[in-house]
Design a protein around this ligand. Structure first.
Ligand code: FMN
Length: 203
């Protein structure tokens, strides 16, 4: 099933979906993603977030050019059929066709907590990433493909300048959104037995 309200199924199948159809995504759905993103907790409930959504050709072309410039020439796509090679090919396809992505969401956040004191960037990042994960889960629940990426890191200032993001606001992630070409499915993760340390880190 593509659309699901079952939160456990959503979490179990929320893959990074990098291959997206070019079909447009209604703004109503994009607003819904931001609605659920902003149900997340934030430091002191300060909610110093903002969501830049790019769904018009000019902005997408700007981002596409930037991505190709950043990765284009030096993007080494590995041969083979192992999981990493397949993932890197999907990343390359996403980068090369970035202007065809229906919408790109940049979860952004200001560094303003604690108020009245010296802001600590730990609170800024720990505010924007729960919201970003909520957004990814909401996309999965609605049958939309999305992926957590940090593509903005190499060009953050250029992106901020182009879209008028205020200087005191940082971009936390670059989330391509569209209808997926592939299927949602099980995730490859370590078993919980490997990552739990009951009452101490003995093993
Ligand atoms: C902090 C962080 C940074 C990431 N950066 C990128 C990225 O720049 N490009 C990308 O395609 N995927 C990126 N990802 C997605 C991961 O590659 C992906 O979640 C991981 O390989 C597991 O894949 P799966 O979620 O499909 O199981 C990032 C994920 C995280 C949490």
């Amino acid at each position: 099933m593509t659309v699901t309200n079952d939160i456990f199924e959503v979490m179990d199948t929320c893959r990074a979906m990098r291959r997206l159809k070019p079909d447009p995504v209604d703004r109503e759905l994009l607003e819904k993603l931001v609605h659920y993103a902003t149900r997340a907790p934030s430091a002191g409930n300060t909610q110093l977030w903002g969501f830049l959504i790019v769904d018009e050709p000019e902005g997408k072309e700007f981002l596409g050019d930037l991505m190709r410039e950043q990765f284009g020439a030096q993007f080494q796509v590995p041969e083979g059929n192992d999981a990493t090679a397949r993932m890197m090919r999907a990343v390359a396809d996403l980068v090369n066709g970035f202007d065809q992505v229906p919408a790109i969401i940049f979860p952004c956040v200001a560094n303003g907590y604690p108020p009245g004191g010296e802001p600590n960037s730990m609170f800024m990042w720990s505010t924007i990433y729960p919201a970003t994960q909520n957004l990814l889960l909401a996309a999965r629940a609605l049958g939309l493909g999305a992926a957590m990426t940090t593509f903005q890191m190499a060009n953050e200032q250029l992106i901020k300048d182009h879209f008028g993001v205020p200087s005191d606001v940082s971009i936390g992630a670059t989330i391509p959104v569209g209808y997926p070409k592939g299927r949602f499915g099980p995730l490859t993760r370590k078993p919980v037995g490997e990552v739990i340390h009951w009452n101490g880190w003995q093993s």
